[in-house]
Design a protein around this ligand. Structure first.
Ligand SMILES: NC(=O)c1ccc[n+]([C@@H]2O[C@H](COP(=O)([O-])OP(=O)(O)OC[C@H]3O[C@@H](n4cnc5c(N)ncnc54)[C@H](OP(=O)(O)O)[C@@H]3O)[C@@H](O)[C@H]2O)c1
Length: 294
């Protein structure tokens, strides 16, 4: 996988959402270190102060209150970025990264509460779309790049992931349409499909909350197995958020990026599984769920 990137001397502006932690934080700091002027979306001003204190080039690091479910905050963030551009800086693009994953309790397609499905759609799908739509006029004017943090789960849908997978599949459908519309206008649209990156995204998961008498006997053991397999991620370099930051830098800098990049622990195996005919995927995953229950 190509991952070439360089330091930039003209300090182009890049906007990163969900920069308070995980991949967003790492990407914001990494891009800033490469010379980018970073507008870092956070939801608590304290997070912005802490982040800026870690920035290699703090004068080129601008925390912005940016909840992607909030129209007014998205518009205000775009206005702030327009202000930076009026100062003469070029616009490199956006990294739409903010996301949530709710795996607490029943995560089957039948049992996931509507409120949980709605939250994931609000942040992961509508939030991403709201944010990107707001910045597309700037991206068109600058022939910039839109990088979107999707998930490998959108390609290889594991069972008991109904809400998260659905929100990322929706995002990818929208992004594929966008790419085919806007590529002739000089805007590149890149999806990152990660799996198993070492962040706090699923640290609050509690598979044990799944009721014993739920109608899917494999659910609880499957989720338990899936979450405990994440324990070894912190020491695995493939699971470092930096892998994703490097892909973002590459996507921003290359003239012809791929439409999708994969990253993370087990990503190649999960990607390969998702490339099998659907019937074979079903068989393999049914067998896996059964094996975790026994
Ligand atoms: N970790 C993985 O293995 C993995 C795999 C595939 C895809 N992803 C995707 O990668 C992205 C980043 O996740 P992560 O793993 O780095 O987890 P993370 O550390 O939990 O980061 C999630 C970020 O999203 C922000 N956020 C949540 N709701 C938001 C909202 N309404 N508006 C704006 N920001 C919001 C959080 O901000 P607060 O601190 O304010 O809550 C946080 O900064 C997500 O889109 C996730 O789906 C992760």
């Amino acid at each position: 996988m190509a991952k070439k990137f360089r330091e930039v001397g003209d300090h182009p502006v890049v906007v990163v959402t969900g920069a308070s932690s995980g991949m967003g934080e790492d990407a914001a700091l990494f891009l800033n270190k490469l010379g980018y002027t970073v507008a870092a979306g956070i939801r608590q001003s304290d997070d912005g102060d802490e982040l800026r204190a870690k920035a290699g080039q703090p004068t080129r690091f601008h925390p912005l209150l940016l909840d992607v479910t909030d129209d007014a905050q998205v518009d205000a963030a775009r206005d702030a970025v327009e202000g930076l551009l009026r100062g003469g800086l070029p616009f490199a693009g956006v990294f739409s990264n903010a996301g949530v994953a709710h795996f607490e309790g029943d995560t089957s397609s039948e049992g996931t509460p509507m409120s949980v499905l709605q939250t994931m759609m609000d942040v992961n799908f509508f939030g991403g779309v709201r944010f990107i739509q707001a910045f597309l006029p700037l991206a068109r004017a600058a022939h910039a790049t839109v990088v979107i943090n999707s998930a490998l789960m959108a390609r290889t849908v594991l069972p008991f992931n109904a809400g998260y997978a659905a929100s990322k599949c929706a995002l990818e459908g929208w992004a594929d349409s966008l790419r085919r519309e806007i590529s002739p206008l000089g805007v590149r649209v890149v999806l990152i499909e990660a799996a198993g990156i070492n962040t706090g995204l699923v640290s609050q998961n509690a598979a044990t909350v799944v009721a014993d008498d739920n109608p899917y006997p494999g659910q609880r053991a499957f989720l338990h197995k899936a979450f405990s397999s994440m324990d070894g991620r912190s020491s695995d370099p493939r699971c470092s958020p930096r892998r994703v930051s490097e892909l973002v830098a590459h996507a921003l800098q290359t003239a012809r990026p791929r439409s999708r990049y994969i990253a993370g622990g087990g990503a190649h195996a999960i990607h390969a599984l998702g490339s099998l005919p659907p019937k074979l995927q079903d068989l393999a995953l049914e067998r896996f769920v059964r094996s975790t229950a026994s």
